[in-house]
Write a protein that binds this ligand. Structure first.
Ligand code: DQQ
Length: 463
């Protein structure tokens, strides 16, 4: 009997169902970041707002917590904060063109029909799938692959379609690299998403390969975001006559590629550019999960042509029990003013006047000996923010303003947003999982905690 795509989807669902309880019961498993039901996930794919509902897909290995058998998982939300799992959208096969993987891509609506563009593997070819039932089930296009070969023979990658509407046609970028020249995004055009005409490289730049390109207007500029096998980079520039003139390249998240990679974004009904990225890594050894998505982040253009990143305002809906600490003078030998607080699913909003300190910071998941599994440290010299040693320079804010931090701790995930502008994503693996305490510390001077609000956060999962 012939195996159909439906048979393969059902097999994937059975595998996820079998592993789900063990994944969710891991004390390091996040509760308010998007995860797969179980096993492996990586890049967010095809975020789209359809009839007022957010749909977000992601790279999924239904069969284990390792990077293989790439399929498209699917989650759905009405408010950007609470989500439910929908059936797996696409799996590899049964045809040969994608039998080794349904890799990253995008989702657009063409003449009313939700349409996924993805990379089939191997080799890397571009494919289409459509939904006739409101994104619940997907049928692969009979003419797949719609782009069966790269437009030139010196490419080192050819994948991750990102499409947008321009006038009366579609434009699409494919992440690529040109041997001996650098990373690039190849521009294509089409009227129907099936017949594609290659235009040229949108621009060519640093590195070897630009994975998962995202390209969108922001303010009065255009922004290209690429994942170059290293920390995600963006450039603010101008798009004219089908070419992008990039400005300087900057790192999007100070946590580096190990903790935030391959982001994908959509334009929402309020005109906001909302982005999610893949947060790498799993939990307690032997638990069948690996990977999560960042919180939804809203991007804006700053006056100095940088991209500011802030958590979506809707996230306040997850806030539960609240505590406040205010007006505390901090010195190196002072008592910990947070000794009465604890938790591993928290949001912490703090305003710190950093005074003349060398460094100050926040300890998360502190054990009974007071030692923090995660230390968020601000160093005044160099204006650096770090999480357990990894980080970078913040946009200048002294001497006019206090350091403003919003910290999201979700079991083993930490996201730090600073001054409404910079962000830093990381993981925390406490020894033994039991540390729940918080601490505040300074070295080499005095500082003042103006305010700190701490909320217990609820789960994002509906039902
Ligand atoms: N992950 C996908 C590729 C993409 C890479 C495969 C980026 O399509 O280039 O899972 O993490």
């Amino acid at each position: 009997m012939t195996t159909t795509h439906e048979d393969l989807l059902a097999q994937a669902e059975r595998s996820l169902a079998a592993a789900r309880a063990a994944a969710e019961s891991d004390p390091l498993h996040p509760i308010y970041h998007i995860t797969a039901p179980a096993n492996w996930m990586n890049d967010p794919n095809g975020p789209v707002l359809y009839k007022g509902v957010y749909h977000l897909f992601y790279q999924l290995n239904p069969y284990g917590p390792d990077s293989a058998n790439k399929a498209w998982g699917h989650v759905v939300s009405r408010d950007l904060v609470h989500w439910e799992h929908w059936p797996v959208a696409l799996v590899p096969g049964p045809s040969a063109y994608d039998s080794e993987g349904v890799w990253s891509g995008c989702c657009v609506v063409h003449e009313g029909v939700p349409t996924i563009l993805y990379t089939g593997v191997r080799p890397e070819v571009q494919c289409v799938a459509r939904s006739a039932d409101g994104l619940r089930t997907w049928a692969k296009e009979a003419a797949n692959p719609v782009i069966g070969a790269p437009p030139r023979d010196d490419l080192t990658a050819f994948r991750d379609p990102f499409a947008w509407r321009e006038g009366d046609e579609w434009r699409m970028l494919l992440g690529a690299g040109i041997a001996g020249q650098g990373g690039t995004a190849l521009l294509y055009r089409s009227r129907d998403l099936v017949e594609w005409e290659y235009v040229h490289p949108l621009c060519i730049g640093f590195g070897q390969v630009w994975e998962c390109p995202n390209f969108f207007p922001l303010g009065d500029k255009d922004v290209l975001v690429v994942s170059p096998y290293g920390p995600v980079q963006y450039s603010v520039g101008t798009y004219q006559e089908a070419r992008f003139a990039p400005g300087e390249w900057h790192t999007l998240d100070l946590g580096g590629a190990a903790d935030f990679y391959a982001p994908n974004s959509l334009l929402d009904a309020h005109g906001r550019r909302v982005m999610w990225g893949w947060i790498k890594g799993g939990g307690t050894a032997g638990r069948p999960w690996n990977g999560a998505l960042s919180l939804p982040r809203v991007l804006t253009l700053t006056a100095d042509d940088r991209v500011a990143v802030a958590p979506a305002s809707e996230l306040t809906r997850l806030r539960g029990a609240h505590s406040r600490v205010e007006d505390v003078h901090l010195r190196a030998d002072g008592a910990n003013p947070l000794a009465h607080l604890a938790g591993d699913t928290l949001e912490i909003a703090a305003e710190l006047e950093v005074g003349n300190v060398d460094a100050c910071g926040l300890g998360l998941r502190c054990g009974s000996n007071g030692e923090a599994a995660a230390q968020i440290v601000y160093e005044r010299d160099g204006n650096q923010l770090r999480l357990n040693g990894t980080g970078g320079r913040l946009a200048p804010f002294l001497p006019d303003r206090p350091l403003q931090l919003r910290v999201f701790l979700d079991r083993s995930i930490v996201e730090v947003y600073a001054n409404g502008r910079d962000c830093l994503t990381g993981r925390v693996y406490p020894n033994g999982n039991e540390g729940l305490g918080l601490s505040l510390f300074v070295t080499g001077g005095r500082a003042r905690l103006k305010t700190m609000d701490v909320w217990d956060m609820g789960s994002i999962w509906e039902g």
